[in-house]
Write a protein that binds this ligand. Structure first.
Ligand code: CP
Length: 309
C-alpha cells in the first residue's frame, strides 16, 4: 500500500511494490481512458531547482492524464527561493496547496529533507549525483517490457558512473533481483562509487567487473545503459572537455553486440550515442522515455489516487 508515502530512494519500495507499480503501469498503458478520473480534483506540485524535460513533463502529463492538475516552477529564480527562502519553508508552504510534491534539487539529501517537512507525499526527481528513483522505475519497466524479466541479465553501465544518479539508483535496484551481473564501463575518473560496490552489490553478492573498454565487453551484454558525462557536477571545464567524448556508441561498436541487446539511455543525450544508432531496432531510449510517463501515472495513482487501482 503506497498511499501517502514518500519516494526518496529506490530502496523505499519493496520488490513486490515495484511489481504492483509495473503491472498497474501496463494496465494504464493498455487502457488509459479507464484511469482518466482517478486523480480528479487533486493537485501535483512540480518544484524543479534544476533543468528537466522528461521528468517534469512526464510527471505533469501523467497527472493531467489522470484527471488532476499541476502547478509549480521549472526555474527557482521565479519563486521565493530567489529571495532566500529555505527549502523547509518552501515545502511546508507548497504542501498546503498541493496533494503531492515532485522535486528535483542539485543537493544530495534535499529530497529526504523535504520529506521531513511535508504533510503530503514527496517524490525525489533527482537529488544531485545521488538518486533518481522514478528514472529507475522507468528503466525497470522498459527492461521488463522489452526483455520479459529484470532477472538473470548482464547489464553494462557506460559513461559517467561517478556522478550519474540514474546509474546509482538502477544498479542498487537491479542488485535486488536474482542472478543479475553488472559491467561498469567508465574512464578511471568516473568510476562507480565505492559505496555502491561495498553496499548494495556486496550485500546481494552481485558479480561485477570494471573496465574502460566498451568494445571488449559488448558481446556479453543483454542491456547497455549509456549515460552522458554530467557537466553540471564537474569542478572544472577542462576535465569535462577531456572526458565528454570518451565513449561514442555507433554502429561499428555494435557489430559484436547480441541481437536481442537493448540499448537504454535516461536522456538527455549529448554525443555519447551517434544518431545513426537511433535506427537500430535495439535502440530503446525513446520508448523508455514513454514508459516513464506510464509508470509515473501508476506512481501518482498509487500515492494519491482514489483507491480503485
Ligand atoms: N532522464 C531525465 O531525468 O531527464 P530530464 O533531465 O530531462 O528530466
Amino acid at each position: 500500500m503506497l498511499q501517502g508515502r514518500h519516494l526518496v530512494d529506490p530502496q523505499d519500495l519493496q520488490l513486490t511494490e515495484l511489481e504492483d507499480l509495473f503491472s498497474l503501469a501496463q494496465r494504464i498503458q493498455k487502457d488509459p481512458l479507464h484511469y482518466r478520473d482517478l486523480c480528479r480534483g487533486k493537485i501535483l506540485a512540480t518544484l524543479f531547482f534544476e533543468p528537466s524535460t522528461r521528468t517534469r513533463l512526464s510527471f505533469e502529463a501523467a497527472m493531467l492524464r489522470l484527471g488532476g492538475s499541476c502547478l509549480g516552477f521549472a526555474e527557482p529564480s521565479s519563486s521565493s527561493v530567489a529571495k532566500g527562502e529555505s527549502l523547509a519553508d518552501t515545502i511546508r508552504t507548497v504542501a498546503a496547496y498541493a496533494d503531492m510534491i515532485v522535486m528535483r534539487n542539485p543537493k544530495e539529501g534535499a529530497a529526504l529533507l523535504a520529506s521531513r517537512y511535508s504533510s503530503v507525499p514527496v517524490v525525489n526527481a533527482g537529488d544531485g549525483g545521488h538518486h533518481h528513483p522514478t528514472q529507475t522505475l522507468t528503466d525497470l519497466l522498459t527492461i521488463r517490457q522489452l526483455r520479459g524479466s529484470t532477472e538473470g541479465l548482464t547489464i553494462g553501465f557506460c559513461g559517467d558512473l561517478r556522478f550519474g544518479r540514474t546509474v546509482h539508483s538502477l544498479a542498487e535496484t537491479l542488485a535486488r533481483y536474482r542472478n543479475n551481473r553488472m559491467v561498469f564501463i567508465s574512464p578511471q575518473e568516473l568510476k562507480i562509487p565505492e559505496y555502491i560496490k561495498n553496499g548494495a552489490l556486496a550485500r546481494n553478492n552481485i558479480e561485477y567487473r570494471e573496465t574502460d573498454r566498451l568494445e571488449s565487453v559488448m558481446g556479453d551484454l543483454d542491456v547497455l545503459y549509456m549515460t552522458r558525462v554530467q557537466r553540471e557536477r564537474f569542478f572544472n571545464e577542462e576535465d569535462y572537455i577531456r572526458l565528454k567524448d570518451f565513449y561514442i556508441l555507433d554502429n561499428e561498436k555494435l557489430k559484436n553486440a547480441k541481437k536481442d541487446l537493448i540499448i537504454l539511455h535516461p536522456l538527455p543525450r549529448v554525443n555519447e550515442i551517434a544518431m545513426e544508432v537511433d535506427a537500430d531496432p535495439r535502440a530503446a531510449y525513446f520508448a523508455q522515455a514513454k514508459y516513464g510517463m506510464y509508470v509515473r501515472m501508476a506512481l501518482i495513482a498509487s500515492l494519491i489516487g482514489d483507491a480503485a487501482c
